[in-house]
Design a protein around this ligand. Sequence first.
Ligand code: GZL
Ligand code: ZN
Length: 324
Amino acid sequence: MKSKVFAGIALLGAMTLAATACSSGAGGGGGGDDTITVGFAQTGSESGWRSANTESMKAAFSEDEGFELIFNAADNDPAAQISAVRDFISRGVEAIVVAPIVEDGWDDVLQEASDAGIPVILEDRTVTASDDLYAAWVGLDFTKEGVMAGEWAAETFGDTPTKMVVLEGTTGSAPANDRAEGFAQATEGTGIETIDSQTGDFTRDGGKTVMEGFLQKYGVDGIDLLYAHNDDMALGAIEAIEAAGGVPGEDIQIVSIDAVKDGMQALIDGKINYIVECNPLLGDLAAGLVRDVLAGEDVEKTHFVEDQTFTQEQAAEVIDSRAY
Ligand code: GZL
Ligand code: ZN
């Protein structure tokens, strides 16, 4: 009996040692060294949020952290992003991380990665492909972000007839779809009416151009509320509203999502009325998932990061201490 117990303990010890070695990134390195080669397919550089997310990812997947990162930014072009992933597969990287521009169209290339034995971790946005085709996803609850923005609007406008225009995120992207859905849920039965809704592709220029169109069509007086799916489009819209002689935050109230520095400053300046945060600092979590997956650990499929909300007063309190 004694020897059986002893053997069991020894085996357990050996397994723990091996597991520790692996999960510290020592295992799974290409060519025997400890470095883990990872391909990262980023959406592009469409917004301040994206820059903060890229910075966070590059810091977490740095050489110091034991990674060799092959980075691709697809300039918001879904086809280019899929070909970047195919390139990673042909280069034989050990793991692939993707921030998918749009939800659809991922089944084939994710199947190819799976057939090549290369695990895929999604960060930020999600896909409609079966979750058997990726190892894990880490990001934000976009529907909840839309609900939190909608709850503020419902509280602020209630039954008052309110004419709202919407600057939608990138067409077909998870945040655009889910933020619209969540906001609609939270404002059902209120006096808020969507008189127009169009994509500004999450960019400042896009927000400005589309808002100029709305202002030409309805005039400053014809719009009470702007719901912008991100701060960058809200900031572009602010320029358009001011150019049209309107006062953003007063003539047209604005609710937005992200809480990047420029958005928070506009909130403090009273040009935006409420912001729902969307935390871009996902790098460490994504890197941890890559290590866990390569070490053969059993990882949870979804990892949500918490968001918070900011009024003008709250923004003033925290702006100097925020990391992005
Ligand atoms: C949300 C992210 C969105 C941001 C935009 O997690 O995918 O894309 O809200 C960014 O600012 O462009
Ligand atoms: Zn984990």
